[in-house]
Design a protein around this ligand. Structure first.
Ligand SMILES: *Cc1c(COP(=O)(O)O)cnc(C)c1O
Length: 231
């Protein structure tokens, strides 16, 4: 077993244990929480090792790194997730490799993804990213604009509304912030019963997310180790 494979196996094992413990504490089935391993900045060889360790969901964030890595790993049985913000002019590039986009936060982007998905003929899963702190720099639609964007994504050809996504604000207990996300998610599900997904939780706060019902956690460093400082 290569040294890197052993490292990744250890990181993955630790994260799976954390997820299982958090799910059990919340009275949930751990198998209902999708672990998206965020491989941005790490090489395609790591993605390949992770797939060999049973990872089924890989997350990426930036073009052209994401496109290149997905192409290099096209033979692997992976579901690909775009987790970071998407510039509108990159929507077509993202739609060409991603199965799910977690960061739909404005109407223009939804429209561009919908047109791109229509061209490829593939349905694109979409989480609408909501801002939990009202800071536009960190991405996410403001809570008051959320219902309109959710309805738009649900109605857009080629897009499948999955639910809501958020990043925990800095300087606030993530448990409190994720509670707000869960309440917003309940309202979405009342209007769109198929869209009960909640994408929340990263390396540092996955337990708080699982406690409020996260269906997808997006974990990078806790599996792969620290990234280069340029993030
Ligand atoms: C990088 C990233 C993650 C993973 O973060 P870690 O701290 O490495 O677990 C999750 N979500 C988004 C949106 C990201 O950009």
């Amino acid at each position: 077993m290569s040294e890197r494979r052993a490292e990744l196996a250890a990181g993955l094992g630790a994260v799976r244990e954390r997820l299982a413990a958090a799910a059990t504490a919340a009275g949930r089935d751990p198998r209902r929480v999708v672990l998206v391993v965020v491989t941005k900045t790490f090489p395609a060889s790591d993605v390949r090792l992770l797939a060999g360790l049973g990872v089924a969901d890989a997350g990426e964030s930036r073009e052209p790194e994401a496109s290149a890595k997905a192409a290099a790993c096209a033979d692997l049985p992976l579901r690909w997730h775009q987790v970071g913000r998407v510039q509108t002019n990159k929507a077509a590039a993202v739609a060409a490799w991603a199965d799910v986009v977690h960061s739909v936060d404005r109407s223009r982007l939804a429209g561009a993804l919908s047109r791109a998905a229509a061209r490829t003929g593939r349905e694109l899963g979409c989480f609408v990213q909501v801002s939990l702190d009202g800071d536009p720099a960190r991405g996410g639609v403001a809570a008051q604009d959320l219902p309109a964007l959710v309805d738009e994504v649900a109605a857009a050809p080629g897009l499948r509304l999955e639910g809501l996504m958020a990043v925990a604000p800095t300087g606030e207990d993530p448990a409190r912030a994720f509670e707000r996300l869960a309440r917003l998610g309940e309202r979405v599900r009342a209007d769109h019963p198929g869209a009960g997904g909640l994408s929340a939780g990263m390396s540092e706060d996955l337990e708080a997310a699982v406690a409020v019902g996260a269906t997808h956690v997006r974990v990078g460093r806790a599996v792969l180790g620290s990234r280069p400082a340029v993030q």
